[in-house]
Design a protein around this ligand. Structure first.
Ligand code: C5P
Length: 238
């Protein structure tokens, strides 16, 4: 894998034209594009298929599915061409094995969402999570990673602050994908991300892939920013 293959750029934009602009700009600079709720709701799956052809290598469909096992399985059975990764909430553990198998049968890797990077201990306590798991959040991340593994996920999404603990407990092949990445040189005004590390730190902690959105998208020169992130990835893996 080249350093840039580890960089995932989220197409967090409101329409297909803007998505296409970023695909043209960052094609060859990042490893994978991620389509989340914002673009999916705006465009629907049909337009995504034509965007997927433009991306060339397929994309990450980050819809964070959460429903009863039968509905999850039916939804994941109907994913479309071009999807390489998708995400689910997996508190139902083993009950989701059918759903993850349906995705795998189409060559799609499913990742379990553990604890959103916008949440800190205080948020988890406010949400009713037992202090034993919320403080620090890594305890809840490890518990949910175990459920993701039982569900048949290929790995998890977590903060880079927890990547090392996940790798230690679940081994090197269990994928760790980390959003909440903030380079030292990029401030995000009004940032909602709370459990953050730099690209360099995230890779040192064991992240397989990092998701970097606003520090690239809001940069004066997004290509230069993407290259700076890739340079940090390369330095961390050297
Ligand atoms: O770098 P930035 O904060 O802009 O990237 C945010 C992206 O990462 C969004 O697409 C968001 O959905 C995604 N994400 C996240 N936290 C998670 C899972 C995904 O921020 N736990």
């Amino acid at each position: 894998m080249e350093p840039r293959d580890r960089l995932i750029f989220p197409l967090d934009v409101p329409d297909a034209d803007q998505a296409r602009r970023y695909i043209d700009l960052l094609q060859g600079e990042v490893g994978l594009f991620k389509v989340g709720l914002e673009l999916f709701v705006a465009t629907g799956p049909q337009i995504l298929q034509s965007l997927s052809a433009a991306m060339g290598v397929g994309f990450f469909l980050d819809l964070k599915f959460h429903d009863i096992p039968a509905t999850m399985q039916a939804a994941l059975q109907n994913l479309f061409a071009g999807v390489k990764f998708t995400t689910i909430h997996c508190e139902q553990g083993k009950g989701l094995q059918g759903a993850t198998a349906a995705a795998r049968a189409q060559g799609i890797q499913v990742l379990g969402v553990t604890v959103l990077t916008s949440l800190n201990t205080a948020d988890l306590l406010a949400g009713g999570i037992d202090p034993q798991y919320a403080d620090p959040p890594v305890r809840l991340v490890l518990r949910r990673a175990a459920l993701a593994q039982a569900a048949g996920c290929a790995g998890v999404v977590c903060a880079a602050t927890e990547a090392c603990a996940v790798k230690e407990q679940f081994g090197p092949d269990f994928l760790v994908v980390c959003p909440g990445i903030r380079p030292e040189w990029a401030a995000v005004p009004g940032d909602d991300q709370k459990r953050i590390l730099t690209p360099y730190q995230a890779l040192r902690e064991g992240a397989d892939y990092i998701v970097v959105g606003r520090p690239i998208r809001q940069a004066a020169d997004p290509v230069a920013a993407a290259r700076r992130v890739v340079a940090e990835i390369a330095a961390a893996r050297a």
